[in-house]
Design a protein around this ligand. Structure first.
Ligand SMILES: N[C@@H](CCC(=O)N[C@@H](CS)C(=O)NCC(=O)O)C(=O)O
Length: 373
């Protein structure tokens, strides 16, 4: 008898759902996808997680997990075949860095290309019809479009919160096009980020590069035109149990990724470093807090030479801790290899960042480390 499947509560256009769906398919883990309608939120998602986020995975033995990164950790531990965390030190570091960058910084172009193109009728109809699935995937398209226009308000309203404003949009588009060109060159030579096998870095990229940028009509056309190898990678990442080989030998990192890492350290890292400082300040000011709020203030950042303000999201500190903890755990020879790479991409000093107040995740929430909510 076939094993009882996992259940994935998701939406077709949801960013982190794209990441988890692709992971489940790649692993060959049997799952049933349930559309996360408002009814499913009331019936299952909110009662079982206490929060209103997707994707949510329910295992056959009724473990419920929200958070794409925790899902991969849990299921890789239970299903070790086709593990997605590289075992060698430098490849693991790069995979973790890409997952962090994709989840938290490529979110900006993902949100911009979804929400700044209201004048593109085909694009926006598609987006609203998908948001309308919250009502029911079976509702007629006109009704989904109407309902979608209500449901989507908090999402497109989030652009300035993320720092996507008329000031940053030209720089953001230039950066994204440069990113596409670089990844197109990379995927011309490699099937995945680190060779012939996918890692957490690939699944991280699948969130923004599938759900928004490779699926919504306007940015999908841009990707197909400008970066066909990236588009082909998106298709490959959605295959069920694709034939795979191995990661590159000798813990090698393809040169094609170096300019991407360089820009990550130049622009995303300062945001992360300031997040760490602001989380520490907030926790010092709120000594009795049992949870972190969604934002802990505002900070300035620079993108393509343009300065802007955005809200400070504490969650990325948790992702950053995974990177820094891995780096700190390396024995001397592995550390020397990691440092040689970091020196090439302007990340050596960055990686010495200390975290004064750590955060943890408990019961689907971000909490001060050592605190149970
Ligand atoms: N870090 C979480 C993020 C999940 C997340 O933000 N999901 C979005 C949908 S793609 C959501 O549910 N957003 C609801 C909201 O922002 O209120 C993960 O990796 O699963």
């Amino acid at each position: 008898m076939a094993a009882a499947p996992h259940t994935l509560y998701a939406l077709p256009h949801s960013l982190y759902s794209g990441k988890v769906r692709s992971y489940l398919r790649y692993k060959g883990i049997a799952f049933e996808e349930r559309v996360a309608t408002l009814r499913e939120f009331q019936r299952f998602i909110i009662p079982r997680t206490g929060i209103k986020f997707i994707p949510v995975v329910q295992t056959p033995d009724d473990v419920v997990v929200q958070d794409s990164t925790e899902t991969m950790d849990l299921l890789d531990a239970r299903h070790p075949a086709r593990a997605v965390m590289p075992e060698t030190p430098v490849q693991k570091l790069v995979a973790l860095l890409f997952e962090l960058y994709a989840d938290e910084w490529l979110l900006l172009p993902a949100m911009h290309y979804r929400w700044s193109f209201w004048h593109e009728q085909k694009h926006i109809d598609d987006v609203l019809e998908h948001f309308g699935m919250l009502l029911s995937p079976k509702a007629p398209r006109w009704l989904r479009r109407k309902a979608g226009a209500q449901f989507c308000k908090p999402f497109h309203g989030a652009l300035p919160v993320l720092g996507v404003t008329p000031r940053t949009i030209p720089a953001l588009e230039a950066w994204y096009e440069e990113f596409l060109d670089r990844m197109n060159a990379h995927f011309s030579a490699h099937r995945y980020l680190l060779g012939d096998r996918a890692s957490v870095g690939d699944f991280g990229l699948m969130g923004p590069l599938y759900a928004h940028l490779g699926r919504d009509p306007y940015p999908k056309a841009l990707m197909q035109r400008r970066a066909p190898k990236v588009y082909a990678w998106v298709q490959r990442m959605n295959e069920v149990e694709p034939a795979i080989g191995d990661w590159l030998p000798d813990d090698a990192i393809p040169d094609t990724l170096l300019p991407v890492l360089q820009r990550m350290f130049a622009e995303h890292w300062p945001v992360l470093a300031d997040t760490v400082a602001q989380v520490a300040r907030w926790l010092d000011e709120h000594p009795d807090a049992r949870r972190l709020p969604r934002f802990v203030g505002r900070h300035r950042f620079v993108l393509g030479g343009v300065e802007e303000e955005r809200s400070v999201f504490p969650y990325p500190q948790w992702m950053l801790q995974r990177v820094l903890d891995h780096y700190a755990s390396l024995p001397a020879n592995a550390r020397a290899a990691a440092d040689a790479l970091l020196a090439k991409v302007g990340g050596l000093e960055a990686m010495q960042l200390q975290i004064p107040r750590r955060v943890a995740r408990a019961h689907h929430r971000l909490v001060p480390e050592g605190m149970t909510p």
